[in-house]
Design a binder for this molecule. Structure first.
Ligand SMILES: [Zn+2]
Length: 353
């Protein structure tokens, strides 16, 4: 038989078909824009379950799809759980995780997500939802957010704003978050010495275990796994790093305004922690442990002014960052109005607004 000669022929046929197929395939448009009607999604049964898809324009390229999603909810057990509920059907679980973390990052100079939130607190978030070519959905950028805290005075706002000056000087967007009055949410101090995603209680019930019988201390205890990094809440200089009574392994950092932040019960310190060492905001100074009077791994955190411990929540309150330049404030207020209008479109079920 002439079996041998069949092979080259079939290869040639396949090659020709492939070339024809490539030739016939229309080239994809680089970028297409599809206007879309807003989509309202309701889920009876679970409350609060009122959110709205409000894409004004969907920009589609060959690679990804972006739309804008407004999500609102009421906190019953934890922020994470509330976001997890409100995002069902519009975001996959991984994106809901990501959204909780992003929100905590935006407000990390203002809100300690592990303890400032209470039952009944409300949140509204306007976020870009991005679908990748492989179908994976992620949250891209939070455009605006509002947190209505039951024990706060006014709702906290975060508006994403690209300063035109910053854009032209760097050639890229340099977006930051600002409050309602145009002050940057980045302040001189972080609200908590452990990042939100490291605190186990945030992801479960908001119930804080008691640690031992050390009652007469003014401070905040953060439940976290042994070895969790502890961060300096602001720029400063280490004035004590060693063992001190019930505090165990303790570090004191003096900040520019004279305030001292104190971190206790640590397992060990980061390298180079000695009196005189300069530390930057957010840098790791040590690791969570249970040295001193502690019955479980946790961080003891204090703010001291003139040698007296103060409630960190009050001591770290109302410290605002840099304002938007005067010549950009009108633009910012316009953007803020738009963002807040989009957020207000989302009504919360069973909640008096
Ligand atoms: Zn404590």
């Amino acid at each position: 038989m002439k079996r041998v000669s069949v092979r080259p022929v079939s290869y040639a046929v396949v090659a020709i078909l492939a070339v024809v197929a490539i030739w016939l395939t229309p080239s994809l448009e680089k970028k297409q824009v599809f206007p879309m009607e807003p989509v309202v999604v309701t889920r009876p049964g679970i409350e609060p379950a009122d959110f709205m898809l409000s894409p004004l324009v969907v920009e589609a390229s060959n690679t990804e799809l972006v739309d804008t999603l407004a999500i609102a909810g009421v906190i019953h057990s934890s922020l994470y759980n509330a976001l997890n509920e409100s995002g069902v059907g519009v975001l996959p679980p991984s994106a809901r995780h990501q959204l909780a973390w992003s929100l905590a990052d935006i407000f990390e100079y203002k809100v300690d997500m592990s303890r400032d939130l209470m039952q009944g607190d409300k949140f509204h978030i306007l976020v870009e939802r991005l679908q990748k070519p492989n179908g994976a959905i992620i949250v891209n950028k939070i455009l605006g957010a509002r947190l209505g805290l039951a024990n706060g005075h006014n709702p906290l706002e975060a508006i994403h704003f690209d300063s035109p000056a910053a854009v032209t000087s760097t050639g890229a967007g340099n977006g930051q978050y600002y409050d309602a009055s145009g002050l940057s949410l980045r302040a001189a101090f972080l609200r908590a010495p452990v990042t939100f995603r490291r605190i186990s209680s945030v992801f479960g019930l908001r119930k804080h275990p008691l640690f031992g019988q050390w009652r007469n201390h003014t401070g905040t205890d953060y439940a976290a796994a042994m070895g969790t990094p502890v961060r300096a809440i602001g720029d400063g200089v280490v004035i004590f790093a060693g063992v001190k009574g019930g505090y165990g392994n303790m570090i004191d950092i003096r900040h520019r305004n004279g305030m001292v932040s104190r971190y206790g019960h640590m397992r060990n310190f980061a390298t180079g922690m000695h009196p005189g060492t300069r530390v930057a905001m957010g840098s790791t100074i040590g690791y969570v442990g249970m040295t001193g009077w502690a019955t479980g791994p946790h961080l003891h955190f204090e703010i001291r002014v003139d040698g007296v411990a103060h409630d960190p929540k009050l001591a770290l309150q109302s410290r605002s960052g840099e304002p938007i330049p005067a010549n950009e404030r009108a633009l910012f207020q316009k953007m803020r109005a738009q963002t807040m209008a989009s957020l207000t479109d989302v009504h919360l079920a069973n909640v008096a607004e």
